[in-house]
Every structure is written in C-alpha cells, then in structure tokens.
Design a protein around this ligand. Structure first.
Ligand code: HEC
Ligand code: HEC
Ligand code: HEC
Ligand code: HEC
Ligand code: HEC
Length: 356
C-alpha cells in the first residue's frame, strides 16, 4: 500500500515537473469561457458583444475584428493579437490602420489589404478590383463596390481557403494544440494559414519581429526552376512557403514561366522569391542570422535552425501584409531609394549593396 502511494506521489511530482519546466505546450487560447463566448448573447437583457452586433458564429462575443481589431494596442490580458490600432508597436503583419489613417502619415488604399472584416472605414480598394496577378481565378472582388475580401475563408487569407464561410474556415484552430507546425490543419499551420510552415514567435514578444533572436522564422524554399508545381488556389505549394501563400492569389508573381518570375539571373522577368540569397558579393554583405534587419526579413529552407547559406528571398522581404505606411504595402519608402544616391542599407540596398 505504502509503495503504491509513493509510486503515485512520484508520478504526480514528475507530471508537475513536466508542466513547470517545459515551454508552453501550445499557443491555444486560455481563460474563462465567458471572456469570449456567450450562450444566448444576452445577460440582464443586454447583448454580450465585445463590439459589433451579435449574435456571432460559434457562440462568440465578436467577429474576427471584434477581438483582433479593437483599435488600441491593448493585447487584452496579453493574449489577443491586435492588427488595427492607433499607436504602439505593430505585430509582424503590420497594422490595417494605415489604410484609413487610424495611424500613419495619411489614408491610402495602397497601404494595405483592404479586407472588409476590419472596420467600417475600410470599404474595398479604390484601385484594385481583384488581386493583381490572379493566376488561379480566386473570384475575390476587392473594388470599392461590393467588396467581399475577408480575413479568412475562400475569399480571405487565414483558415481553410476551400471553406466559404469565414468563421467555419478557422473552426477548431483557436483551441488547437499547435506545438508542432506541420501544415496539416488550420491549427497546426503557421498563423492559421492552411498549409504554410514556419516557426512562430510565441516567446516574450509574441507575433513580433524584433531582433535576431526574437522574431518569426518564415518557411522558404530553394526551388530553382522546379518551383511550385503544386501551387494552386488553396495550396501554397509542396514546400509550404509563405511566398506560396501569396501565390494562391498572386500566382503570376511566383513560380516559373510567363505567368511567373523566370528561372535565373538574366532570365528573371519578375523579382524572384523562394530562391537562396547568394552568399557572394554583393549579397554576402547581409547576414540576417547575425545582423537581422526587421525591415528586410528573409525566410529559411530550415526555419527551425536558421543558417546564412539557407536564407531565402521572400515576398515579405519587401512587403508587409496587413498594412504599412507605404504604397504597395512596402516595408520602406521606395521613392527614396535611388541608385548612386550615397551610402544606404535601406530596402533594396540591404541585399543589392553595390547599387547605392
Ligand atoms: C480567449 C478566447 C476564448 C476562450 C477563453 C474560449 N474560447 Fe472557445 N473559441 C474561441 C474562438 C475564437 C473560437 C472560434 C474559432 C475557432 O474555432 O478557432 C472558439 C471555438 C470554440 C468551439 C468550437 C470549435 C472547437 O474548437 O471545438 C468550442 C466548442 C469552444 N470554443 C468552447 C469553449 C469553452 C467550453 C471554453 C471555456 C472552457 C472556451 N471555448 C473558451 C475563443 C475562446
Ligand atoms: C473571442 C475572441 C476571438 C475571435 C472572435 C477570434 N479570435 Fe483569433 N485569436 C484570439 C486569441 C485570444 C488568440 C491568441 C491565441 C494564442 O495565444 O495564440 C487568437 C489568435 C489568432 C491568430 C494567430 C494564431 C497564431 O498562430 O498565433 C490568428 C491568425 C487569428 N486569431 C485569426 C482569427 C480570425 C481569422 C478570426 C475570425 C474568423 C478570429 N481569429 C476570431 C481571439 C479571437
Ligand atoms: C486571399 C487572397 C490573397 C492572398 C493570399 C494575398 N493577397 Fe495580396 N491582394 C489580394 C487582393 C484581393 C488585393 C487587391 C485589393 C487590396 O489591395 O486590398 C491584393 C493586393 C496586394 C498588394 C497591393 C496593395 C495595393 O493596394 O496596392 C500587395 C503588395 C499584396 N497584395 C501583397 C501580398 C503578399 C505579400 C501576400 C502574401 C503574404 C499576399 N498579398 C497574399 C489578395 C490576396
Ligand atoms: C524585391 C522586393 C519585392 C519582392 C520580393 C516582392 N515584391 Fe511585390 N512589389 C514590390 C514593389 C517595389 C512593388 C511596386 C510595383 C513594382 O515595382 O512593380 C510591388 C508591387 C506588388 C503588388 C501590387 C501590384 C499592383 O498592380 O498594384 C503586388 C500584388 C505584389 N507586389 C505582390 C508580391 C508577391 C505576391 C510577392 C511574392 C511572390 C512579391 N510581391 C515580392 C517589391 C517586391
Ligand atoms: C532580400 C534580399 C533582396 C531584396 C530586399 C531585394 N532584392 Fe533584388 N534580388 C535579390 C536576389 C537574391 C536576386 C537574384 C540574383 C541572381 O539571380 O543572381 C535579385 C534580383 C534582382 C534583379 C534581377 C537581377 C538579375 O540578375 O536578373 C533586380 C533588377 C532586382 N533584384 C532589383 C531589386 C529592387 C529594385 C529591389 C527593391 C525594390 C530589390 N531587388 C530588393 C535579392 C533582393
């Protein structure tokens, strides 16, 4: 009897130690159910919405924007990543607030993806009625009249892009165990982008790209001219790269052929992505492993163990994704980047060091 109790005690202590000493098992949501869910959307006769008008799908107290676009940086209880806020530090994807001048130097539809799910001030893109380079015919209407470009689902970026309904397309993801990012489900894909791999920054500054040791690590590939044979409307390609995700809607800008980017120096017809950043002059001047520049991030073929020889040029080396303060959602002011203009490491010059 004594032996059994001792055995049990050891097991309990061992279990407690595992819980105490291992890193968080996953980045699944935590907290009391009523922080986020409401059974009837009614308490004392009043609605339970965080914002907007309910009831909402999955018995939630808000839409995607109700939780993720609260207007302030306020990461409620440190746990809800914000993508539309007036001040403070932006997360890695940027801030939709640049589009409608909630933040930044002035409103412009060219400063972000004009998804209709964020705020009533963001009502489609005055210039673009569909994704530029829409090789796979996404059917997304993004113009100023009747836009249907959303955060998730078949007309958005997050969740399962084969599922029409926005809420249904992420179902199960928020409570899912994402300890292993394998791209097989929405929960276990990089930032709920189905099929995309990578290493999420879930540390002290979650969702941010800050310094060498403190940033998301994006999946890239060294595909050469065999690039993206499986890239399609709902598939980022066999290597699960972040640039492949962009290719689902902007396919002509990725991959090979006339509808793509070419195959090698001298034959590039669009700026290459998912190619290695050469470690020869001039490119060897940028070592993102030892000298990370958050305004020119790179991907890696093995993001779990970033190495200079495996650094990859990606769409996000030049672009933000939710919103930035610059035209074409660029990470820097392209109009200020001039050949022969003097010493600079901004934007293009970070890699093309010999052109300043
Ligand atoms: C911090 C916010 C948050 C808290 C706290 C929370 N949930 Fe959720 N839950 C969500 C969101 C967001 C969704 C919808 C999106 C999704 O499924 O990823 C969801 C989806 C669900 C679903 C349907 C999808 C699935 O994973 O099965 C169930 C059931 C659910 N929650 C139950 C609960 C219960 C029970 C609690 C309390 C023990 C709880 N939730 C606490 C945010 C939360
Ligand atoms: C009730 C509040 C709530 C709603 C509604 C909600 N989310 Fe979330 N979401 C959260 C919380 C909390 C987290 C942080 C979970 C964590 O710790 O990773 C989160 C995390 C995320 C992440 C980051 C996942 C990661 O890998 O870190 C994405 C992407 C996301 N949500 C997308 C959505 C989309 C798209 C919708 C609408 C379909 C939505 N959310 C609706 C509360 C919500
Ligand atoms: C679900 C489809 C979809 C995906 C995935 C997608 N985009 Fe877009 N993108 C669009 C649409 C629609 C537009 C045009 C409307 C707009 O700009 O709001 C657009 C416009 C753009 C623009 C031009 C912005 C402007 O207003 O001038 C850039 C730059 C861009 N996307 C970059 C990217 C990058 C980089 C990725 C990958 C991280 C990506 N996109 C992924 C649909 C998508
Ligand atoms: C080397 C930097 C760089 C990379 C890498 C890059 N872009 Fe761009 N992108 C730009 C610049 C600069 C523009 C402005 C227009 C131009 O110069 O063609 C732009 C414009 C765009 C536009 C707007 C086109 C329009 O008609 O308004 C889209 C969409 C876009 N890029 C998507 C992508 C996607 C998707 C990828 C990856 C497959 C990508 N970009 C990779 C620099 C880059
Ligand atoms: C993350 C690094 C990186 C950034 C940032 C970058 N490039 Fe590139 N660029 C490359 C690499 C790598 C190649 C391919 C070189 C090769 O094939 O030899 C390339 C190719 C090119 C080419 C075609 C060269 C050829 O040999 O055919 C041009 C032109 C170019 N880039 C211009 C730009 C401009 C303009 C910008 C800024 C808007 C920019 N690049 C930003 C890495 C970068």
């Amino acid at each position: 009897m004594k032996k059994t109790i001792l055995g049990l005690t050891i097991m309990v202590v061992a279990a407690a130690m595992v819980a105490a000493f291992s890193s968080p098992a996953s980045a699944a949501v935590t907290g009391v159910c009523s922080d986020c869910h409401t059974m009837h959307n009614s308490q004392g006769g009043s609605g339970m919405e965080i914002s907007g008008t309910g009831p909402f799908s999955t018995l939630l107290r808000g839409s995607c924007a109700g939780c993720h676009a609260q207007g302030t940086e306020n990461h409620v209880e440190g746990s809800i990543p914000q993508v539309y806020h007036t001040s403070g530090t932006n997360l890695a994807g940027g801030n939709f607030g640049y589009i409608d001048a909630t933040v930044g130097s002035g409103a412009s539809d060219t400063k972000g993806h004009n998804v209709i799910c964020i705020d009533a001030d963001i009502t489609g893109d005055a210039n673009l009625s569909a994704p530029p380079g829409d090789e796979f015919t996404t059917g997304i209407a993004s113009g100023a009249s009747s836009p249907d470009f959303t955060c998730a689902g078949e007309k958005g970026c997050h969740g399962n892009r084969a599922t029409a309904d926005e809420a249904a397309s992420v179902s199960g993801a928020h409570h899912g165990d994402d300890t292993t990012i394998d791209g097989n489900s929405v929960a276990t894909s990089y930032r709920f982008l189905l099929g995309v791999l990578g290493v999420e920054n879930n540390g002290a500054n979650p969702w941010r790209n800050i310094t060498g040791g403190d940033h998301n690590k994006y999946q890239g590939a060294d595909k050469g001219d065999t690039q993206d044979t499986s890239l399609g409307k709902t598939n980022p390609g066999d290597a699960g790269t972040i640039s492949g995700l962009c290719g689902e809607c902007h396919g002509d800008f990725h991959g090979t052929g006339v509808d793509g980017m070419g195959t090698a120096s001298g034959t590039w017809i669009r700026h290459p992505t998912d190619i290695l950043l050469p470690n020869t002059v001039p490119y060897s001047g940028y070592n993102p492993v030892t000298n990370f520049d958050a305004t020119v991030p790179v991907a890696y073929t093995v993001p779990g163990t970033p190495a200079r020889l495996q650094a990859v040029v990606m769409c996000l080396s030049c672009h933000g994704v939710h919103g930035t303060d610059y035209t074409d959602i660029l990470r820097w002011d392209y109009t200020g980047i001039s050949a022969g203009g003097g010493e600079s490491t901004t934007g293009c010059f970070r890699c093309h060091m010999d052109k300043d």
